[in-house]
Ligand binder design. Structure first.
Ligand SMILES: Nc1ncnc2c1ncn2[C@@H]1O[C@H](COP(=O)(O)OP(=O)(O)OP(=O)(O)O)[C@@H](O)[C@H]1O
Length: 470
């Protein structure tokens, strides 16, 4: 066979150990041996086997403990467990802990050979994927994220480092910098990938509903709770939950959230029963979390619980060198979305994009390019396809009253004047509600409530309470 896969065989019974090692070496694998879990751990560190075949019952450290330690180290070995006859529960336990497969003793050589061949094939595929991922990262891609600048490469490295584990991550950065995209990428690169990713925007949900939205409720637990409803935690079971705009969550709800995170147990509103949960929790905020803690908007203990790792997204103006590549990726998306055939952008447009400060960050770039793709349709985008007045001023930082003025005649009610101002500001931010709320000095929650009043219902793709980009 000539397979050069490295196989570590762990067995306390010397006779069996030697026999297995000879067998496996005879099939063309490189083998090493260990007499218990402790020795096996040392060998995995120094020799990096792709496959570990281990007995369960051993002195010092047994097979189950070894499995746990290996999965903590995240070296992704395929672990094949040897179990005593009739001890199927232990085998099931091992599979739950991430073992690749199990085989009963006395070992059937044909079966072991097949399992090893399959495990080795799977390892090859994983390695190829890893190489492709690394190549892509070197050229500036991580999942759907684009960025070859030093700042983005540092972010990518951090994402790759923390993605496979279960730790909480607090993602900070200005609005539109890609915080939600980071959360999705963390999920995509984690073993939770096949399970749901649920995002909930805490600012977009009225205070009275937020607890039921997050924790779920039983029928009749409050007025309006006509039927039992699963909350975000349950929807994200075994997957990942992003709590967006965490600083906007009411303080009382923060206390309940902290308890859920600490106990890993959940009780729906109005229920007496607690159930175990397995959800990885990520949080995002565009505020400075330390200021939010100092201002009493974010509980300090919750902040420390969520901020096990911090990923800070830089504003686009600090990594403008990524603008061409990000624009390219957006163009490809928009061609598909709007069935257009745009090939690229011309030099003048590119220099205009590079000269601008992008207060709305990548979201603003995305909206600008989308508009241009719709207008242009095919060939190359040119400066003509940019919005009127683009770049001559920053609509978001220094509003110029002339093009964005709101007409308010005497006799207009205060409510109506407010409505016009809110809608006009929203128009100037290309429907970016977070930016508009910032400009108006109101909370995002108030913005959403107002829009609901005006009959403009917030939409989002799979995001509960999302403000939507487009
Ligand atoms: N590095 C990137 N590469 C490609 N697209 C990006 C990148 N960063 C952000 N985007 C895109 O920009 C848009 C805004 O990103 P996202 O919604 O993740 O920002 P955010 O920081 O969560 O914003 P907010 O604070 O307003 O919720 C999305 O369409 C996202 O796909």
């Amino acid at each position: 066979m000539g397979n050069q896969e490295k196989v570590l065989i762990v067995e306390d019974e010397l006779h069996a150990l030697v026999g297995l090692a000879e067998l496996v070496t005879g099939w063309g694998y490189r083998t090493e041996t260990a007499r218990d879990g402790v020795e096996a751990l040392e060998k995995t560190q120094s020799w990096s086997p792709g496959i570990v075949v281990t007995d369960l019952k051993m002195p010092r450290m047994d097979g189950i403990e070894l499995l746990g330690k290996l999965s903590e180290l995240k070296q992704n070995q395929a672990v094949i467990v040897l179990t005593a006859q009739g001890n199927i529960q232990r085998a099931v336990e091992a599979m739950k802990l991430g073992a690749y497969d199990f085989i009963q003793k006395p070992v059937d050589a044909t079966r072991l050979r097949t399992i090893l061949a399959n495990a080795s094939r799977q390892r090859d595929t994983e390695r190829e994927l890893e190489i492709t991922r690394r190549k892509l990262r070197d050229t500036g891609f991580l999942g759907s994220m684009v960025g070859a600048s030093k700042k983005m490469q540092q972010t990518f490295a951090m994402i790759e480092r923390v993605a496979p584990s279960n730790v909480s991550v607090l993602i900070t950065g200005e609005s539109g910098t890609g915080k939600e995209l980071v959360a999705r990428t963390l999920h995509e690169l984690s073993p939770r990938k096949p399970k749901p990713f649920v995002a909930v925007n805490c600012a977009a949900i009225p205070e009275t509903l937020i607890e039921s939205e997050i924790f779920g409720h039983e029928r009749g637990s409050f007025t309006g709770a006509v039927e039992r409803r699963a909350g975000c935690f349950e929807l994200a079971e075994e997957g990942t939950l992003l709590l967006d705009e965490i600083g906007e969550m009411p303080i009382g709800t923060q206390a309940k959230l902290l308890r859920v995170l600490e106990d890993r147990k959940l009780r729906r509103l109005g229920s007496k029963i607690e159930s175990d949960i397995d959800v990885r929790v990520l949080a995002a905020t565009n505020k400075d979390p330390e200021h939010a803690v100092a201002a009493g908007e974010l509980r300090g203990d919750l902040y420390y619980r969520l901020n096990v790792f911090n990923i800070h997204m830089p504003p686009l103006r600090e990594h403008k060198e990524d603008i061409p590549a990000i624009t390219d990726a957006i163009l490809r998306d928009m061609n598909v979305k709007h069935e257009r055939h745009v090939n690229g952008i011309d030099d003048e447009m590119l220099s205009r994009l590079l000269a601008y400060d992008w207060p709305g960050n990548v979201r603003e770039l995305r909206n600008t390019v989308e508009r241009a793709v719709i207008l242009c349709g095919e060939g190359y985008l040119s400066a003509r396809d940019l919005p009127p007045g683009f770049g001559s001023r920053s609509v978001l930082t220094t509003p110029d009253p002339s093009p964005n003025a709101v007409q308010v005649e005497v006799g207009t009610t205060v409510d109506e004047a407010e409505r016009r101002l809110i809608l006009k500001t929203l128009e100037s931010t290309m429907n970016n509600k977070t930016r508009a709320a910032e400009i108006l000095g109101i909370s995002l929650k108030t913005m959403h409530n107002k829009l609901k009043e005006y009959g403009n219902v917030a939409s989002g793709n799979g995001t509960l309470g999302s403000e939507g980009d487009d």
